[in-house]
Write a protein that binds this ligand. Structure first.
Ligand code: GLA
Length: 387
């Protein structure tokens, strides 16, 4: 990843004039509350200290030119004709955001954008949301749009849903926009209210990228989401007042399990129990009970593996190894699943040893290379340099 000076110079070389500014938007790692956001439940993520950077400058015409330093490719399109670009999938996140702003009838001029990122692609750390939110924020600054915070997050989510075709929830974009340094956010995905909860200094959030990338994420994800909606439809026969799985308790679900096909029942059981675990985990974190927090992380992983069926053997192996290492409170897959990363909560003093042993154990068991990132909770989107 280029530093700010290099980003400035690369921009000037490519576009013939320096950028007006650079913005950054972070990736995220979810501590617990997986596949609950689109069920109007709770999530408990942190924004991480790895971000996507966008250097930007307005143009006088109606063209968006966007260059990815990471991939060394460029895309260019007119504000008046924004179509899906099948040849450059990365650019559809940018196109989707521009289109979402255009569809709100907000005034928008052309722009030159140079993008670089520290968030590994496809690792389950929301590189896509970081890109969407960084681009939306850069465009809002260039055009004085007054699109901030929650609204920025909702616009970016809408772009991903309608333009990229992933029916994602709000968690990732919300954290890229509103993450808080030193804190996890207990986010209520029904009304978007949230409570920042400090991460105790004696614990570290350790991400481990399995190196596995899954190409069918969007279809599998959308299918899980559809199963949750089907569960709500069927449960309404006896629980007419529910509008999302958020409204169902574990006891209600079990009492009405006969209404559901077995697979749909298992999917719903994950969501309902995960929402309960997330609230319990937030309470445990608040009272500093990291052992209980870790046990809930472990239970979350088991539920994602067995009931929601979004894990893969590589993630299960990483979690198994992590759980046996000294200083590990808990470990689970993080993000949508089907590849990507695990997250573990680890005692501060044990982190170096934990990281080395996890990578070595994974190599020994599966012959694969894992990448460890020790993460610090960081702020959401901001402008980091003005030129
Ligand atoms: C992806 C989606 C999020 C969320 C997670 C699973 O990251 O973008 O909205 O649903 O999966 O928790």
């Amino acid at each position: 990843m280029l530093n700010l000076r290099q980003l400035h110079d690369a921009f000037a070389t490519r576009f013939g004039a320096p950028p007006a500014f650079v913005v950054r938007a972070p990736g995220r790692v979810n501590l617990i509350g997986e596949h609950t956001d689109y069920n109007e439940g709770f999530v408990l993520p942190i924004a991480i200290d790895r971000a996507t950077f966008v250097a930007a400058r307005a143009r006088v015409d109606r063209t968006i030119r966007v260059h990815s330093a990471q991939l060394d490719v460029e895309d260019r399109f007119s504000l008046d004709r924004i179509e899906h670009n099948p040849d450059q999938p990365w650019s559809n996140y940018v196109r989707g955001v521009v289109k979402a702003i255009r569809s709100r009838d907000l005034p928008l001029s052309g722009a030159d954008l140079l993008i670089d990122s520290q968030v590994p692609l496809g690792a389950g750390l929301s590189s896509s949301a970081a890109l969407e939110v960084a681009v939306a924020y850069a465009l809002q600054l260039l055009n004085d749009l007054d699109l901030l915070g929650e609204e920025l997050a909702l616009l970016a989510q809408g772009a991903e849903q309608s333009f990229v075709g992933m029916q994602c929830g709000i968690m990732d974009q919300f954290m890229a926009a509103l993450g808080r340094a030193g804190h996890a956010l207990l986010l209520d995905c029904r009304d978007l209210s949230y409570r920042p909860i400090p991460i105790p200094l004696r614990a570290r959030v350790v991400v481990c990228d399995s190196g596995v990338r899954h190409s069918l994420v969007a279809s599998e994800y959308n299918e899980r989401r559809a199963a949750c909606e089907q569960a709500v439809q069927l449960l309404r026969a006896r629980l007419p007042r529910i509008s999302a799985l958020r409204d169902v308790t574990s006891a209600q679900l079990e009492a009405n399990a006969d209404l559901l096909p077995p697979v749909v029942h298992r999917r719903a059981r994950h969501v309902v129990s995960e929402i309960e675990r997330t609230l319990a985990a937030a309470a445990a974190l608040e009272r500093g009970d990291l052992a209980h927090f870790g046990a809930l992380m472990d239970a979350s992983h088991a539920s994602l593996r067995d009931d929601y069926e979004v894990s893969i053997p590589e993630l299960d192996t990483l979690v198994e190894i992590a759980r046996r290492l000294p200083g590990c409170y808990g470990s689970r897959l993080t993000g949508g699943g089907f590849g990507g990363s695990t997250v573990s909560l680890v005692e501060e003093g044990a982190v170096d040893r934990f990281a080395a042993d996890l990578v070595a154990g994974y190599r020994e068991r599966l012959g694969r290379e894992a990448q460890v990132l020790v993460c610090t909770p960081s702020e959401g989107v901001s402008r980091v340099a003005v030129f």
